[in-house]
Design a protein around this ligand. Sequence first.
Ligand SMILES: Nc1ncnc2c1ncn2[C@@H]1O[C@H](COP(=O)(O)OP(=O)(O)OP(=O)(O)O)[C@@H](O)[C@H]1O
Length: 309
Amino acid sequence: MSSVEVNGLSVSLGGRPVLSDVGLSARAGEWLAVIGPNGAGKTTLLRAMMGLLEARGEVLVDGRPARALKPRQRARLMAYAPQNPLLPAGLTVMDYALLGRTPYISYLGRDGRSDREVTESVLERLDLTALARRPIAHLSGGERQRVVLARALVQQASVLLLDEPTTALDLGHQQQVLELVDRLRLADGLTIVTTVHDLSVAGQYADTVLLIAGGRAVASGPVTQVLTEPLLAGTFGAHVRVGKGEDGRPLVNLVRPGTPPASEPASASEPASASEPASASEPASTSASASSSPSPSASASRPASPPSS
Ligand SMILES: Nc1ncnc2c1ncn2[C@@H]1O[C@H](COP(=O)(O)OP(=O)(O)OP(=O)(O)O)[C@@H](O)[C@H]1O
């Protein structure tokens, strides 16, 4: 089990500051979601944490500077599943996932039985066994995304950095992946830092949220304090309602501008007029009634989650 802390991380790309003085802290076993608009710097943050980009500031794993760790040591502590990795076309799914065992194999050695067992078990849990012998070049986008996650899980690191791990997945596989990551977190105390665009996923799974925009931290804290209508509307420029799932965790729904709050339903014969936009001066409602938003939503609630305390 490892904690991870980032202090004053700044990155410039192409001569332009992309991340400025960003910090975060995740206790061992915590799930932290990094959210923010397109181009906010979320991927840059994860890449800088992994030491893949030149950065100012420090990344501490269990209080030790990540920079001081040898590559194999670091790889046993931190695994990263990038959003769009370059996948070597000739490799099969099994061969690619086995690369996650590299930090455990001696320099001139080959993967052993236990490496293959770990890999096969992860492939099975991600519904990938039937694809194990297929070249990764022949996979669909969602299958590829699960293979990239598989490689990170096969690494058995105690801190997992996941960049948008479910964007290409159908609803069933989204839930399967999120539940698997959460089960590993609970069973093995994994610390999860994931970027995510689906704010309901952040609300359902994360303990804490870091909201960034323009390369700077805008807010951070428990999900209920960051996933609020005023903060999200102000940062994303979107009309949202924040309701509560059955377990009391936040569900974030997009609503069409001009849609009245669920507590004041428009008559079926009088649809809300697009010419009556929601007043910007009206404070955003955070009432639980917003969860019964009239708009259809594909936000998935966590299956059989216990009520949050
Ligand atoms: N190699 C690069 N050179 C110059 N600018 C870059 C480079 N890579 C990324 N950027 C810029 O850095 C900013 C942050 O990019 P980043 O990919 O971290 O954003 P993001 O929050 O992950 O976005 P998204 O939600 O769209 O995935 C963007 O403005 C992007 O154009």
